[in-house]
Write a protein that binds this ligand. Structure first.
Ligand code: BG6
Length: 520
């Protein structure tokens, strides 16, 4: 069979289905200045500056644009530019356009608790507005330790740096990184501090999972196709499994991680985002508040964790052998308390109390130092109600599964049964496979690039809103209480060897046949 014949159905059908890509209108960001607080820190040189540089090279930044790095370290513009250049060169970036980019890069020393320092920053920004014609529009990015968020937000408000002028069309946006609080109370306090100067429409709380395009694709897959949504409910779905496992350990972040643990680090934010996109009701418009309203409604419907059906298994990685190499246990890692009871793995079984999802368990797992880095969502459909083949094949037929792969493969895979060609009657499992980036390998945006681009055009769809955040914390507060305040914390923490699939207790709780396959 030649190629032409082989593709005939697919080609015809694609042509009939769609005459080309359906795209939104190009969004052009307005002139502005971006201020990066914590500019000498890790996040700034690892993520923010490289993302801005790439956007610049792709001509996605406004032509009238500049960046002001602000942090405590004493240095001038030239030293800052040289430092950033070195970091990008070390990371292997192509620096062809660096000099033009660097001409828009400035530095301002700031003392985070000193009002006069903010006044000086204000004067510098006014000068740069003139120089670059940025019209007074500002994006303030808080790439500083979370313990400073509230104080800095308050100072910005007091110094008039949060102000907007709607009549003149002059805006200010604040970008905040996770963690947004440590629990409900602290999240509320942080929101209050932010709101002393900024209004909610100015606040962009980044979750880099939402900025992953394969994650956004969940909404497109569900709501741009008519054939999945009728099945997307308790009548057809047996369970949903959401996993983000990592092979890396805590690395050099023990100081942060010891206080946070896997529930605050991954569940309260990223895993809840994934859950919301899989389970929320369809918004009537793909627009920030429409989408966020539906996510908030979903968070409101989470069954309180105290209920006996909900389950939590916590684990912590122990030492393990991978490829003959000994990997440290969590308690042996630099900066970790040798008696630490911080969980590095969790499995949660949660339920959503609404019409669509009543009785459907959602198994959510995430952990560090596991066998592989895999982020995927499995929608497990129910078994067929009656097998007409049972006498012939002598057994049950496995049920269909839809897999949304986010990492390492960006795929959608739907498995189903078909007849195996041959003299005997045999069923085999095959499926439909879609590769998200095939043919578009260079078109994708890295998560930070996407997030910054959305901040530049003022689109809050992918960012946490205050109420969503507080609803999630109200769900997690009792969970955290139950595992942090109980007397037998040592006992509830299941050790697992580094490089494995996780604690046995968690694997035992997963439905049989679910991913990952249990070791024999
Ligand atoms: C971060 C967590 O938010 O997400 C890290 O703080 C984690 O601990 C990371 O490793 C995982 O992100 P990704 O995109 O690699 O899955």
């Amino acid at each position: 069979m030649d190629m032409e014949e082989k593709n005939i159905f697919a080609e015809k059908d694609v042509a009939a289905f769609n005459e080309g890509d359906l795209c939104e209108q190009e969004r052009t960001p307005e002139p502005c200045t971006m201020v990066i607080f914590g500019a000498s820190g890790d996040l700034s040189h690892r993520k923010l500056i490289p993302a801005l540089y790439n956007l610049f090279c792709d001509q996605r930044l406004p032509s009238r644009f500049c960046i002001v790095g602000a942090s405590r370290t004493e240095m001038d513009d030239n030293v800052f530019r040289a430092n950033m250049r070195r970091k990008l060169a070390d990371a292997g970036d192509d620096l062809k356009e660096w000099e033009t980019f660097a001409a828009r890069l400035y530095y301002q020393v700031i003392s985070y608790d000193d009002p006069s320092s903010y006044a000086a920053l204000g004067r510098r920004l006014a000068e740069l507005d003139q120089k670059h014609g940025t019209g007074g529009n500002r994006i303030i990015n808080l790439a500083i330790p979370p313990s400073l968020y509230a104080a800095v937000a308050r100072q910005l408000g007091r110094a008039g740096l949060a102000a907007e002028n709607t009549r003149q069309g002059r805006w200010t946006r604040l970008v905040v990184e996770k963690p947004f609080g440590y629990d409900l109370q602290s999240a509320r306090e942080l929101n209050e501090a932010i709101h002393t100067g900024f209004r909610e429409h100015q606040v962009f709380r980044i979750d880099h999972y939402m900025a992953k395009q394969t994650v956004q694709n969940i909404l497109v897959f569900r709501f741009a196709n008519a054939i999945f949504e009728p099945l997307w409910n308790r009548n057809y779905i047996d369970y949903v499994r959401i996993n983000a496992s990592e092979d890396l350990g805590v690395e050099n972040r023990a100081g942060y991680y010891e206080r946070s643990g896997v529930l605050r680090d991954m569940f309260q934010n990223h895993m809840m985002e994934l859950l919301a996109l899989v389970a929320a009701e369809p918004p009537s418009l793909f627009a920030a508040d429409w989408v966020r309203d539906k996510k908030a409604e979903l968070f409101r419907s989470l069954r309180p964790f105290s209920n006996k059906d909900s389950h939590l298994i916590l684990g912590q990685y122990d030492w393990g052998l991978v490829g003959g190499k000994r990997l440290n246990g969590y308690r042996e890692e630099a900066g970790v308390d040798p008696r630490s009871i911080t969980p590095t793995y969790a499995l949660m079984r949660v339920f959503i109390d609404n019409w669509r999802w009543q009785g459907v368990p959602f198994y959510i797992t995430s952990g560090k130092r596991l066998k592989r880095k895999v982020t995927r969502i499995d929608i497990q459909f129910k078994a067929i109600p009656h097998s007409m083949f049972r006498q012939v094949i002598g057994g049950d037929i496995g049920s269909n599964r839809l897999i949304i792969g986010i990492y390492p493969q960006e795929t959608i895979f739907l498995n189903f049964h078909s007849l195996k060609p041959g003299p005997r009657f045999c069923l085999r499992t095959g499926g439909l496979h879609f590769s998200f980036s095939k043919g578009q390998e260079d078109a994708g945006l890295e998560a930070y690039e996407k997030a910054l681009l959305d901040v530049l055009v003022g689109d809050q769809t992918l960012f946490w809103r205050q109420d969503e955040l507080e609803l999630c914390w109200s769900f997690f507060d009792p969970v955290l209480d139950s595992c942090e305040k109980c007397d037998d914390r040592f006992k509830v923490l299941h050790p697992y060897p580094a490089g494995t699939l996780g604690p046995q207790a968690a694997l035992d709780m997963l439905p049989s046949g679910s991913w990952p396959e249990k070791p024999q």
